[in-house]
Design a protein around this ligand. Sequence first.
Ligand SMILES: [Ca+2]
Ligand SMILES: [Ca+2]
Length: 301
Amino acid sequence: MADVDHDGLSDALEARLIEQFRPVWMVSSNDCSKVPARFVPDAAVPRVSAEDGTIYAQARPAAAGDVEVHYYHLWRRDCGEMGHALDTEHVAVLLHPDGAKWKAMAWYAAAHEDTVCDAGQVSRASTIDAVEHGARVWVSAGKHASYFAERLCNHGCGGDRCEQMRELPAGELINLGEPLFPSVAWTHAPQWPLLAKMSRSDFGEARINRLGKLPETDIAWATPEKRSSQAAILGVNAGLGGAAVGANSGARATNTAMVVASDKAGGALGNAARHAGGALGKSYRGVRHGLVKVLGNGAPR
Ligand SMILES: [Ca+2]
Ligand SMILES: [Ca+2]
């Protein structure tokens, strides 16, 4: 079994999963940085070779036989108000084996990650219709924050816009390997925080636990503790939950980014979701079983 990045997953499995769950990217037609860039592979300092929609990926083992895949969209520059060269953005998905197939349990989209404006989101895969294939991801113009819904695009600290959006044609997918055995020379470059994003999981126990308890219809903020400081920045009190709609939006506003469709969680799925929420143990394994149970009871197509 060839395993060029020495993480225990075969090259063939990594290639298959990376391709199967490749997201569909929605990008802005007036982005100053055009589209995600390709970088010269053997340059230790990141140097753009083309702005051609190349996406970089990483697949690595997670707990209990699961696999976590990161998709990096890397840009020539961030063109926000405090713009800078190079921009390091990503989304992630947690996969579990189901017989001969693989299914997604949960997705994470980074938006202003590691800043006070953090508007990252987590979602059950079924909520955003991305159990057996990639999620659709809206990328804000110039800032390149990633969102699972177009109408979340004005979050962050309020400067994000998704205007004149178009689907990015599928470009090349390049496996970055792992931090100790990267396939390119620039993963450790201090010019950008790529190594940190490659080195950590986006599905820690606390986040997975919150996800397990989330209503089936909701996308959640990945770092709800940051949302209150953000509200202060905007001078809005209850406001940032304003994207939430539906009967329970008031109660959910602080922790929940939005309700996708209030009538979606019906029947067996709704019951399974409630059951999973109630049965969740404190451990990752327990939560994982809960999420698998939800998926196994007929997630919507
Ligand atoms: Ca491998
Ligand atoms: Ca790998």
